[in-house]
Design a protein around this ligand. Structure first.
Ligand SMILES: *[C@@H]1O[C@H](CO)[C@@H](O)[C@H](O)[C@H]1NC(C)=O
Length: 622
């Protein structure tokens, strides 16, 4: 336990020092060739895509087609083989194009960005305002193909914005090249980077129109000092994240200004949110994993093809950012007295509707994949900021979450409980339960669950989907439920992959850390580790016997012997578990014949891929 804690805090410190900071090494162009696979799509060739025909609102499929058409106009090679002619394809530029259309009047320049030889990716965004002025956000290295692509946008580069302390490396060269463009920085940037030909800074505490009304803050709390040279602030709205302080320096870390383009409902963020891809390079599969099944993102599509396996360094970077930096940012970088303000900002950005706030339908992060779809964007931001839009603005970040946990009546479910990965695993758990114990897991849980909310779920007619119902009952049951698999560790060591709310509360863990925890971490002494291992092995070995088709008594007797187990929480308090129902999880699918699976297990042809448990009663020992 101790070494785990040390590992975490040590890595946090590491992650601070390894968060993008300058100087970076610039990406070399042309890029080194890599082995990324690419999928090519037949693309319509452009008929000179007249800009003015683009309606303000149109259906998703049409929007997609128009974006593809515009991409081929910018780079004719895209029409030919589905790839851009700018660079080889990789996760940080999936299309290989100099400029990729992302939404109406929004274009992105996606580039690799090397930090200690690790590609951390970097994206510039260009917004074409209604007067045809181009606004460049988070500029990347300027080169002839990019200039040529910019020339095709029928506008001039009039504004260049460096939105935070980190994304400023190329501002100087843009200022030198575009001598008449206005150069803008986030608050405080002019002093930090004096070598840039600045025009001005976006004002401290910048807020978009309607912020005061929506959030109920007084107008005079929002300072407005605008420069005459600025762009139309209604068309591209800035919001200063004025709540952070680096605990090591006492100063803001990113000091980012984020932007919203209402016409295309696009959010531009550089480091406040990131979306690094999953290891297999499938576009936005990481989002589907985390958020759930009902998503309307394009996923893998013509302008964001799958790219094959992501290099190890970038994968490690993702883990560092998601698992270490995000909690660190939320817990330590937001000044404690600013929590409410941060939540207010997060809600304005995430929860907007017709009555106000930003109604984001496309998120363009500087790092990682673009996210699309109104519902999905909201879920993604809710998860990232740790807030819930259907919750009336209550208290601070952590507070909201724990309230949700205690409130069994809440219909809210953390997205990891209904993610695709979880649903697939729960199905295997339930089928394996049926196979070993002969009972329907959902029925058992409904029968044993004493909390009213869960038992009413039996009759709820809107839960037609059996699997989804199982997921909800499992997540919310007062009976602790958990499982581990043997699949992720090369030596087959058991690592947790599921813990319902009751289990996580009981053991004192958060989901994210729990699902990477070797399961022997919840026992304390060597003797307990051994005892626990014996129990698990016995269950495994006994499975063959129990699966002889006649009775499942073997396992039940065995479990009964271990009716009183002592385990240790993360905070080292001990707990007594009574009525431990353990079973093996097999790789079963719903169309499988359970009898023949039983045979396979008996003959040793099918091995358990994990084990699961539900516990009847838990007592805290002082
Ligand atoms: C489970 O079985 C499916 C085929 O039914 C297979 O594709 C998959 O790789 C298996 N998973 C594991 C973890 O063995």
């Amino acid at each position: 336990m101790r070494s785990w804690t040390i590992f975490v805090s040590h890595s946090l410190v590491l992650s601070i020092t390894t968060t993008p900071s300058h100087p970076f090494t610039p990406p070399a162009i042309p890029l080194r060739h890599n082995n990324y696979g690419t999928k090519s799509f037949p693309l319509q060739s452009s008929k000179n895509a007249p800009q003015d025909d683009v309606p303000a609102v149109y259906p998703l499929s049409q929007r997609k087609a128009l974006l593809i058409q515009e991409a081929s106009r910018l780079d004719p090679s895209i029409a030919k083989d589905g790839k851009g002619s700018y660079s080889p394809i990789g996760w940080s530029n999936r299309l290989g194009a100099a400029l990729t259309p992302a939404a109406p009047d929004i274009y992105t320049a996606d580039r690799p960005f090397y930090w200690n030889k690790i590609d951390v990716g970097c994206r510039m965004t260009v917004v074409r305002l209604s007067n045809n002025d181009l606004v460049v956000h988070s500029p990347i290295g300027l080169d002839p193909p990019l200039l040529e692509a910019l020339n095709k946008l029928n506008g001039n580069v009039v504004h260049v914005i460096s939105p935070n302390y980190e994304h400023v490396k190329y501002a100087k060269s843009w200022g030198e090249h575009f001598t008449t463009a206005s150069m803008w920085g986030c608050p405080g940037l002019m002093e930090r980077e004096p070598q840039v030909r600045w025009t001005g800074e976006i004002e401290y505490h910048a807020r978009p129109v309607g912020y005061a009304e929506w959030s109920g803050v007084q107008n005079h709390e929002i300072e407005v000092e605008r420069d005459d040279k600025t762009w139309d602030r209604n068309e591209l709205q800035p919001l200063h994240i004025d709540v952070e302080v680096n605990p090591f320096t006492g100063r803001p870390f990113f000091n980012e200004v984020i932007f919203y383009h209402p016409r295309s409902k696009t959010l531009l963020v550089t480091d406040l949110y990131w979306n690094y891809p999953r290891g297999d390079g499938v576009t936005n599969a990481q989002v589907t994993d985390e958020i759930g099944v009902d998503v309307d993102d394009f996923g893998v599509w013509e302008l964001a093809p799958s790219v094959g396996e992501i290099p190890l360094g970038s994968r490690a970077w993702k883990v560092g950012m998601d698992k270490l930096f995000r909690p660190f940012y939320n817990n330590f970088m937001i000044k404690s007295e600013q929590r409410d303000k941060f939540q207010q900002i997060a809600r304005f950005v995430t929860c907007g509707d017709s009555s106000g706030g930003w109604e984001v339908e496309t998120i363009i992060p500087a790092h990682g994949d673009i996210v699309r779809g109104k519902e999905l964007c909201r879920k993604v931001l809710e998860r990232h900021f740790n807030i819930r839009c259907d919750d009336d603005c209550r208290g601070s970040l952590g507070h909201t979450l724990s309230e949700g946990k205690d409130n069994a009546d809440s219909s809210y479910l953390e997205p990891h409980y209904t993610s695709k990965t979880t649903l697939e695993w729960l199905q295997k758990m339930a089928l394996s339960y049926k196979l070993e114990k002969g009972e329907d897991l959902l029925e058992v849980l409904l029968r044993e669950s004493s909390n009213g909310h869960v038992s009413t779920m039996r009759d709820s007619t809107h839960l037609k989907d059996h699997l989804l119902q199982l997921a909800k009952v499992c997540a919310q049951s007062h009976l602790p439920i958990a499982s581990h698999d043997f699949l992720r560790d090369p030596t087959g060591m058991a690592i947790y992959n599921y813990g319902n709310r009751a289990f996580l509360d009981g053991f004192g863990y958060e989901w994210d850390e729990f699902v990477e925890l070797p399961s022997k971490k919840c026992v304390e002494t060597e003797a307990e580790v051994e005892e626990r291992q014996m129990l698990l092995d016995a269950v495994k070995e006994d499975a063959a016997k129990a699966c002889d088709g006649t009775s499942s008594g073997g396992i039940q007797e065995l479990t009964a012997k271990y009716d009183n187990l002592i385990r240790v929480r993360k905070d080292r308090r001990k707990i007594l578990l009574k009525g431990v129902n353990l079973w093996n999880v097999y790789n079963l699918s719903s169309d499988m014949d359970l009898d023949s699976a039983r045979n396979d297990i008996k003959n040793g042809d099918m091995k358990a891929i994990g084990q699961a448990v539900w516990i009847k009663e838990v007592e805290y020992l002082v």
